[in-house]
Ligand binder design. Structure first.
Ligand code: SAH
Length: 478
């Protein structure tokens, strides 16, 4: 019952990284407890079949427990499992992918390869977004939201972000105090400064600082610029205008205060321009490993036609284009496609084409229109090939792909589908669908892009079942 103090052994882990144990058959979720711990917990929330406990004391420590490197690991909502040693984090993630593929995906006896981890799983993020606020004592706080709240934990020393961020943030804190910059208040929708976005180029050392403001100008910004340009690597200082009453961090409009409107970085020797609004993989070390798997699974020889759906700034598209005949990329954020086109130009690719829009709208539309064209003009080889790709890559956000998109992919009937997923539950749902439509899961390779958090990236290779090769609705090249 609520407020009872109980002792229990933690024997499982929940989807948010919390420990799970049983007290007389009653399931209790205990945040910050690790599998193998024996803990004392106070019941803080009681439901019919399960409850939530607050960790009071660890009676016996699990052999997998470690002291988190970060001083605010417990309060901060960013890392959920820093108290687990890294090896058991990887094991947990491998088990989670397998469990979801079995339970949600209905895939039996599937081999999930060991998670590709990091040698040093710290200071890996190349992007961080810090909310700015005022605490009860009127002090400026810059840091991270506590789990499931909008309470800001003051911390500029994040152990998974770039170490230089602390210097940048402390400079900004000084500027806020000296210039009496007003801080945004979510309740009243008053005040100017909302968030600070920092991007770091891993290979280039370039830095972008972007201040998100509820207004169109930042008072005395030249003072801030003076402070920041002394930091080695500073390349871009931007403003992002967000005047909406929303918890979406970035608005649509950006202004350059100093330097370029983008930074550059490279992945697998291809250089990219990255602007504040563009998606760019956040763990550069692991991204190279992830993309190499995507390339390996695509099995390109130079002759292939490839679609890269949810292409962002075209990172996977260009990598594919190094060894394919033609690559088509689709992405909903128009700024990202602008970056993608610049990236193609700057790296001298002329075998890629990008489309702006939702994949579930663009691809079915393209299929319909180009099918008609191909029917009328049977010699239009490029049109026919675009409808019959060898490989389709999808890399959707957490909600996965819509059925309407999966349907048209099935109609295009690629020999291979490479699915890159950041949520193994929606991945499992989509795989179930693709398997029911004639595809077979060949390889499942998780890659740890988000060390110390419960998130896991997975690359999947699907191949067309041989027997379904001659689907009636396909257009074949003569
Ligand atoms: N493949 C890229 C980006 C993956 S993240 C990379 O590795 O960097 C997912 C991308 O999908 C984001 O860029 C996001 O803007 C985009 N996106 C989200 N919903 C979409 C949709 N319905 N159609 C197309 N792109 C979408």
């Amino acid at each position: 019952m609520k407020n009872d103090i109980v002792t229990l052994t933690i024997d499982d882990i929940g989807t948010n990284g919390e420990g799970i144990g049983k007290v007389d058959g009653y399931t209790l979720f205990v945040k910050d407890a690790v599998v193998g711990d024996i803990v004392k917990a106070k019941i803080i929330k009681e439901k019919k079949n399960y409850g939530y406990g607050k960790l009071l004391a660890i009676i016996k420590e699990s052999k997998n427990r470690v002291v988190p490197k970060c001083a605010v690991a417990k309060q901060c909502g960013g890392c959920q499992i820093q108290q687990m040693n890294y090896q058991s984090q990887l094991q947990y993630k491998q088990n989670l992918v397998k469990a979801n593929l079995e339970k949600i995906g209905g895939l039996k006896n599937i081999e999930v390869l060991p998670v590709i981890g990091m040698d040093t799983p710290y200071y890996y993020r190349n992007k961080a977004q810090y909310p700015v606020g005022i605490d009860k004592e009127g002090k400026i706080v810059i840091g991270f939201y506590a789990g499931r709240t909008h309470c800001i934990i003051d911390s500029t020393d994040c152990k998974i972000g770039s170490p230089i961020n602390q210097t940048i943030l402390e400079n900004i804190r000084k500027y806020i105090t000296e210039q009496k910059i007003s801080i945004y208040d979510e309740e009243s929708h008053q005040g100017i400064l909302r968030h600070i976005l920092i991007r770091n180029g891993y290979h280039t050392g370039e830095i972008m600082v972007c201040l998100v403001i509820n207004g169109t100008t930042l008072p005395c910004s030249e003072k801030l610029v003076q402070d920041l340009i002394g930091i080695s690597g500073m390349t871009s200082i931007m403003l992002n205008i967000n005047r909406d009453k929303t918890n979406v961090i970035l608005g649509k409009e950006c202004k350059t205060l100093w330097g370029q409107a983008y930074i550059t970085d490279s992945i697998c020797d291809i250089t990219y321009e990255i602007s504040p609004l563009s998606f760019f993989q956040i763990n550069p070390v692991q991204t190279e490993k992830l993309y190499k798997k995507v390339l390996e699974f695509a099995q390109l020889t130079g002759k292939e036609t490839v679609w890269d759906l949810y292409c962002g700034i075209g990172t996977i598209s260009l990598l594919m284009a190094t060894n394919a005949k033609k690559v088509y990329g689709v992405e909903v954020v128009s700024e990202a496609i602008e970056d993608a086109r610049n990236n193609a130009k700057r790296n001298n690719f002329n075998n890629v084409e990008f489309f702006v829009g939702k994949a579930e709208v663009i691809v079915p539309q393209f299929y319909e229109e180009v099918s008609k064209k191909a029917m009328d003009d049977n010699k239009n080889k490029e049109a026919i090939q675009s409808l019959n790709p060898d490989v389709v890559v999808v890399d959707p956000p957490r909600k996965g792909c819509e059925d309407i998109l999966l349907d048209v992919i099935v109609k295009m009937s690629p020999q291979r589908i490479v699915y890159v997923s950041c949520d193994c539950a929606t991945l499992a749902r989509d795989l179930k669908y693709l398997v029911s439509k004639g595809y077979e899961v060949k390889k499942v390779q998780p890659v740890d892009q988000f060390c110390h958090t419960v998130h896991i990236e997975t690359v999947i290779l699907l191949s067309k079942f041989q027997s379904k090769k001659q689907q009636s609705n396909q257009l074949y090249i003569q």
